[in-house]
Design a protein around this ligand. Sequence first.
Ligand code: HEC
Length: 248
Amino acid sequence: MATKAGTSAVRATVPAIVVLSAFAFGSPAFGAAQKMRDGKQVVDTVCAACHAQGKDNAPKIGDRSAWTPRFAKGLDVLIDAAVNGHGGMPSRGGVSQLEREELRSAVLYMFNYGLPPVAPPPEVAKADPRHKLVAGTDIYFGAMPAEAMRSSGQGKAGVPSGKGYYHLNISLADQKTGAQVKDAKVKLRVTDGMSEQSSALSPVVANNAVSYGDFFKLTSGGAYNIQAEVTRPGLPKPIVTNFEFRAP
Ligand code: HEC
């Protein structure tokens, strides 16, 4: 489909842009004192005035069907339009101090807004191994030994007795709105290479927060692979992501 191909072509340029602007930022052409505003900052403070609501037919932020045909003209043509003004749009959105690079980031931000990220940057995954960002969904993994739950008295009922039980828990937030995702279905598959356990998690409500969890018996002492399958209404297919867990 033409639209799809166009989309991935544009997306494919994004890493190059990031490198480019990092280079420009560090190069002598931009004094060290001058800090580039990122796409979100520029859009929030300048472009959103018209592009949030689509004033005078400005393509709306994140509205792919409005942006895709414009991107067909090429990214540089769009940046030129932002630099010079276009139709009802004043030059540089009316803020003459904006650098071309900043306008470029802003245009990409408006196009990509709300799109599932291509892949989470590896350093993010490394920084917090219990957090994944997939298809516009923040996925957090947590594990709590059943013993700790029994002694703290929280939700005693249903906590299995016996050694080696952990309550494995997934909480979800929508990347765009930051809101908790309360209407998902979550399955976990837990393997240590020898055995496999799986469960369709039940929603767990605590202090008005919803997460999804169940008890698993993890006694191997080794590393477990935790595979979460998250089905969200509105997403075409389930998200599958993996966490590592080692019972201490
Ligand atoms: C005062 C309102 C206003 C502001 C502020 C504004 N725009 Fe626009 N923008 C428009 C309108 C209206 C259009 C549609 C113009 C047309 O196609 O006739 C548009 C279109 C565009 C286009 C598409 C141009 C094309 O060739 O199709 C780009 C890119 C763009 N804006 C970028 C930006 C960026 C980046 C900012 C912030 C720095 C910004 N705009 C701020 C009103 C605005």
